[in-house]
Design a protein around this ligand. Sequence first.
Ligand code: FAD
Ligand code: DHB
Length: 395
Amino acid sequence: MPVLRTQVAIVGAGPAGLMLGHLLHLRGIDSVILENRSREYVIERVRAGVLEQGTVDLMTSSGVGDRLQREGMRHDGIYIAFDGARHHIDMAALTGGRAITVYGQNEVVKDLIAARIESGRPLHFEVEQVRPQGFDGTSPLVGFVENGERREIACDFIAGCDGFHGVCRESVPADRLNVYEREYPFGWLGILAHARPSSAELVYSNHRRGFALFSMRSPQVTRLYLQCAPDESLDAWPDERIWTELRLRLEMADGWRPNEGEIFQKGITGMRSFVVEPMRFGRLFLAGDAAHIVPPTGAKGLNLAMADVSRLAAALTRYYESGSEIGLDSYSEASLRRTWRAQRFSWWMTTMLHRPPDESAFDHKRQLAELDYLVNSRAAMTSLAENYVGTAFED
Ligand code: FAD
Ligand code: DHB
């Protein structure tokens, strides 16, 4: 059987796997990336769009930020809407100048794939039957099938960057995993439309018919989401129904509402909070969605994945440069600390803004009091702002 040899075998070519491979390459560390989907599928998968300052800084400092700097849209604030009015939260003013940047996750992935190809280091798409093995010893292996042929990679470390449904977490015996999980009784229906954004900043709206979110991708493309049932079928949502619902949930008393246009992409996402502890099993390290999922309301999923691999790349670099395992030993604990902070924030944003199907009159009044406090208290707005823009990545 053909055996490849590398230092770090990376499973998954999402944002986590691609950024890890890129950071290792910059430090002269060899890796092989294995992805079970096609290149087109990975690039076209529409997901997140909000980058924390730390993610922008990482892209820029690692030399993959040129297009992001040109095309990304810096947002200094967001709006929180309820009772027919938008309330501005000036995040930059509240956080000493930190901001978020709107730039699609698929653009991030496109930029990272281009950098990988330029580096000449291996990236295998459409591989099958990926099997991480031997990570409790000193010589891990990753088996896979490519073009019908069985192959193996011998490596020093395996990075499980293969998302929530990946194989790496599954390859760890269940009795070594501590799982913390919560499902929410709703999902998000998301669309992309050819329509000029009607606001320069995002609008998160709590409406009696359910949550809605106004966002964007470019000066010509609006991104919109609405709360729906978790098991909703897209067939139940023809375009006209989507626009009617969005108008109801997003039109403000002052007449503001999103511009409308041709819908060219639609999808439904379930909402869950999930953490597995620890994030390291011998020579297998989990990063990104393979280890944790947040409900999207806090816009943290992609950013947490980037924070994980920034730390993991620094730990591996230290190991290869000096033999020190300090960074590898602290990876799980340090990443989980950031993860739980993001879990708390994402849970809080989600419960404040969504309307659960079994909501009581008390719950609703309490929710309105929370929103009222938020938009009238500088302390509460600061807390939202510093969590939303995110703290610097510490590696
Ligand atoms: P992923 O992006 O999931 O990448 C993992 C990669 O591993 C994938 O390319 C996958 O094909 C590959 N893979 C899986 N199994 C295998 C295998 N066995 N062998 C080889 N490769 C494998 N976050 C937000 O902040 N806002 C949003 O609006 C938002 N929307 C989302 C919508 C959906 C449908 C999903 C699933 C997630 C969404 N997220 C959102 C979360 C955000 O997109 C993720 O947190 C982010 O993609 C995490 O990056 P990752 O690289 O860890 O995982
Ligand atoms: C977008 C996604 C989010 O999860 C969010 O909280 C804000 C914006 C987006 O896709 O634009």
